[in-house]
Write a protein that binds this ligand. Structure first.
Ligand code: TRP
Length: 338
């Protein structure tokens, strides 16, 4: 069976190396083999950023450039905007009838993301975003969802919703499977467990050579290495994590140099800067190409969204019939009025 792969990203900021290592690189590979969908989750971004519509709007453009520059090929992947597929919102409403509040309150990712906030103060849309995510996945009957492990509870819910929908109505939807990325989450340049733009510890995909060198130069390393030939502890060093993620072949040698104190931190940093520059340089080139063609980029988004919309309409026809909501067909009438 051929798989239909789907993933999305909240439209809240530029993408960085953490996204690349954890997900984008994988998507670029998967599009060679499978039918692929990549979408800009602007509605999901609204769950936390509903007061920042301008930010979402500007990031639609930036993130599309991020996708294209990272190697998402519009000839191979359908790129679309979530809010432009109203069928997703419709499907979310139907699903929400049979998902309990308790299920959502106990979702570990929702819990973690709302830490510090009493569950009772949660916004309805935020609490329910996993339901909306199930609609993102099922409207196009996606089968394979490449995600990090924080998304697993959402995938489990999507599977449960598909089964329940099948029991209640008709088994027309498809249970998705998670494709777990085995790359560990990329640490930030400050040693924080998560690389994140809001923490200021990220290396963006549109970095210049100078940006990369600067961020790497300022990155923390093993604090035990005061002098160049002090023995180091690679496991606690973000730079070592970057070597692991982006040039695994060199790992044994780098580990040895660090542990034996024969390679100092600045030499080690220069090596990773060079590797990252080699990774990002072609992205920069593709970015410049697309940034100079805003009409072409818009066309990519429009045709991807149109393709997704056609699939969504087909699925909703089936969903409405299964739920006995197919009272009549207005399209013929609308045409007559015109
Ligand atoms: N919640 C995902 C994230 O934060 C984004 C997302 C929205 C998604 N809908 C999806 C991922 C559907 C996979 C499938 O990264």
């Amino acid at each position: 069976m051929t798989e239909r792969v789907l993933t999305g990203d909240r439209v809240t900021g530029k993408l960085h190396l953490g996204h690349y290592a954890g997900s984008l690189e994988n998507r670029v590979r998967l599009q060679e083999e499978y039918e692929s969908f990549v979408f800009l989750a602007d509605v999901q971004a609204l769950t936390t950023h509903f007061e920042q519509k301008d930010l979402i709007r500007s990031h639609i453009h930036e993130m599309t450039l991020d996708y294209l520059s990272a190697g998402i090929d519009p000839e191979k992947s359908t790129i679309f905007i979530q809010s432009m597929i109203p069928e997703i919102a419709e499907l979310t409403v139907y699903f929400s009838m049979f998902v309990s509040v308790n299920t959502l309150r106990h979702n570990p990712t929702i819990k973690a993301e709302s830490k510090g906030q009493g569950l009772d103060e949660l916004y309805y849309g935020f609490l329910g975003y996993p339901v909306s995510q199930a609609a993102d996945i099922t409207f196009c009957k996606a089968t394979l969802i490449p995600v990090g492990d924080d998304q697993l509870p959402h995938l489990e819910l999507a599977r449960k919703i598909v089964r329940r929908f099948g029991e209640l109505y008709q088994p027309i939807l498809v249970e998705p499977r998670a494709l777990i990325s085995n790359t560990p989450r990329l640490v930030g340049t400050d040693g924080n467990a998560k690389m994140s733009k809001s923490l200021g510890n990220a290396i963006a995909l549109d970095s210049t050579r100078e940006d990369i060198a600067y961020k790497i130069k300022r990155a923390v390393t093993d604090p035990a290495r005061v002098h160049k030939n002090d023995p180091g502890h690679p496991e606690i060093c973000p730079i070592y994590a970057y070597h692991r993620a982006f040039q695994p072949d060199a790992l044994p040698e780098i580990r040895q140099g660090c542990e034996r104190g024969t390679m100092g931190c600045s030499a080690c940093k220069e090596r990773i800067s060079l590797t990252l520059e080699q990774l990002i340089a072609p992205m920069r080139e593709r970015r410049a190409y697309y940034a100079g063609k805003p009409k072409a980029v818009e066309e990519i988004l429009m045709s991807g969204t149109q393709h997704a919309r056609e699939i969504a309409k087909e699925t909703m026809k089936e969903v409405r019939a299964a739920m006995s909501l197919d009272y009549f067909d207005l399209s013929a009438r609308e045409r007559r009025v015109l």
